[in-house]
Design a protein around this ligand. Structure first.
Ligand SMILES: *Cc1c(COP(=O)(O)O)cnc(C)c1O
Length: 378
């Protein structure tokens, strides 16, 4: 049996370990110089004015929703083709997620579907850069401008992606990243919010630290005020040192992901009934995931069977995602269900994320393509 090939995998090298060790030997384990250094590095990389580090991507979403001032009575438009954390974060602040359907070719939030979901209560659009491809920022921003909405981007898949040369992180009012091991760079657990707005950056930093303000001229150094109900969503110096070290490697890793994706596209073309998702023009895709769509009628094999057959050949795949509005909690609390987002629902039956990570070898990729070819042509 060949070695198991996962659909994604992190990479930690000696420089990462040395960076972490140095922090462990220092005076600061948390909220020290490494936090600011990592924030500055991510802000520079994404061309955002500010970056605020938090405990994980979900915390980053929560902090973004809070900083945007969203709350009871506010509707926030979200795509269903995402991890549940995206919509959960809206509910944490007692606002209401409203699911709008995705584009059939890219599975990105469809601006026309957003228009159809607008009401007097719509306060924000929370888009997802699914699989690592930038959302239609231009289309969504136009709607946001016309209706005075905040745009929040869940960029957890898309660190390093660009749209017309502009990096994800600089195109929405607030953009959220995750540094979970399966994402482009990792801090084990970790997250970040980027923004150009200094007031939003202050609000994020306050919420991360118990709703506390510490800048009070004329007061003693121990003085602080709790000005709102915040949380402890801080990220440690240990984690941030790992993050800064990982970020050094991101350009090389992005290139490797894009090269592998190009090879997949070329090699999969002759296999009928298996189609990679489309890429919008003018974008540089970050390829967190490589998602194929399997047309069961053409291949004669359903996605579930292909998943099982690959598993038997020691090839890991995954389904991203079960549309959020179909989960029992959402059905029960928001009365969502089948038929709300038909494009996402149809895609859910056909999508499969096949292995993609920078350290994957050409032989690994051959194994995946050959296996797919074999399974489809029985
Ligand atoms: C990973 C991910 C999250 C959550 O990030 P965590 O760091 O695991 O909390 C949210 N949204 C999307 C789209 C993700 O991929």
């Amino acid at each position: 049996m060949p070695e198991f090939l996962p659909y994604g995998r992190q990479a930690i090298d000696a420089a990462d370990i040395a960076a972490v060790e140095e922090v462990l030997r220092s005076d600061w384990l948390t909220t020290g110089p490494q936090v600011e250094a990592f924030e500055d590095a991510v802000a520079a990389y994404t061309q955002a004015e500010h970056a605020v580090a938090v405990a994980n991507g979900t915390a980053a979403l929560h902090a973004a929703v809070h900083a945007a001032g969203l709350g009871p009575g506010d509707e926030v438009i979200v795509p269903p083709m995402t991890f549940a954390a995206t919509a959960n974060a809206v509910l944490y602040e007692d606002a209401v997620p409203v699911f709008a359907d995705v584009d059939p070719d890219t599975l990105l939030l469809d601006p026309d579907a957003v228009e159809r979901k607008l009401t007097d209560d719509t306060a924000a659009i929370l888009t997802v850069d699914y699989a690592g491809q930038p959302s239609d920022y231009k289309g969504l921003s136009e709607i946001a401008e016309d209706h005075d909405l905040t745009v929040i981007a869940d960029g957890c898949h898309a660190l390093g992606a660009t749209d017309r040369g502009r990096p994800v992180g600089s195109m929405a009012d607030l953009t959220v990243f995750s540094f979970h091991p399966v994402k482009h760079i990792t801090t084990a657990e970790g997250g970040m919010v980027t923004t150009d707005d200094p007031d939003l950056a202050d609000a994020l930093a306050r919420f991360r630290d118990h709703g506390r303000t510490t800048d009070h001229p004329g007061k003693p150094d121990w003085y602080y005020k709790i000005v709102e109900l915040g949380r402890n969503l801080r990220l440690s110096d240990v984690a941030c040192a790992l993050g800064t070290s990982q970020l050094d490697k991101l350009p090389g890793w992005l290139k490797a992901r894009r090269d592998l994706a190009g090879t997949y596209r070329r090699r999969l073309r002759p296999i009928g009934g298996i189609e990679p998702l489309a890429v919008r023009s003018d974008v540089d895709h970050a390829y967190h995931l490589f998602v194929i769509r399997i047309d069961g009628e053409t291949t004669g094999v359903h996605r579930d069977e292909i998943h099982d057959e690959l598993q038997e050949r020691s090839i890991g795949t995954n389904v991203h995602y079960i549309p959020v509005h179909l989960h029992p909690y959402y059905r029960e609390t928001l009365d969502t269900g089948l038929g709300d987002c038909p494009v996402a629902e149809a895609a859910y039956d056909e999508i499969l994320s096949i292995p993609l990570f920078p350290q994957m070898s050409p032989d690994d990729l051959d194994r995946v393509v050959d296996a797919l070819d074999e399974i489809v042509h029985v």
